[in-house]
Design a protein around this ligand. Structure first.
Ligand code: CMP
Length: 147
């Protein structure tokens, strides 16, 4: 059935001018972009969004990266959207993605395991939480593009 997931172009992708190319790949794969917004995250917002990583040694660096410029957050709709978007973005580490998934988005515009250009929810539970983080609790089918 049709699912929703949260997709995000990170500051490296936005500042590298990859947003339009990524949206073309999203459309070519059959996703509908149900909502989108450009947001400048602050430290507190990153702490909430990435709460599960807050005790990792890379977290301070992740906060610095994620607040270094705007992100493009999108709600994607498609059958099996969570897994399909994860497949399209490829592995977390862009250096590995270039070898194992050369057509993936991270292979195209990511640099390494931190600056990896895009994010995708890793489960249905994460997708619900992450969509609500950026867009509030909208129902599927509700018009919210541009909000
Ligand atoms: P993402 O899939 O958005 O989920 C958590 C993010 O933390 C990840 O992408 C990277 O940006 C970052 N990250 C994950 N692992 C590492 C790592 N080993 N070193 C630095 N950053 C990481």
């Amino acid at each position: 059935q049709v699912e929703r997931t949260l997709a995000m172009v990170k500051p490296d992708g936005v500042m590298g001018n990859y947003s339009e190319e990524i949206k073309k790949m999203i459309a070519a794969t059959g996703f509908v972009i149900a909502a989108e917004k450009v947001v400048q995250l602050d430290e507190a917002a990153v702490g909430i969004f990435y709460a599960e990583h807050s005790q990792r040694e890379f977290f301070p660096s992740l906060v610095k990266f994620m607040t270094s410029g705007p992100v493009l957050a999108m709600v994607l709709e498609k059958e099996n959207a969570v897994a399909q978007w994860r497949a399209l973005i490829g592995p977390t580490d862009a250096t590995k993605a270039r070898i194992s998934h050369p057509k993936s988005i991270r292979a195209m515009c990511g640099s390494d395991s931190q600056n990896n250009c895009v994010h995708g929810s890793d489960s249905h539970q994460s997708a619900a939480r992450e969509v609500a983080f950026f867009f509030g609790n909208h129902k599927s089918g509700e018009v919210m593009v541009g909000h």
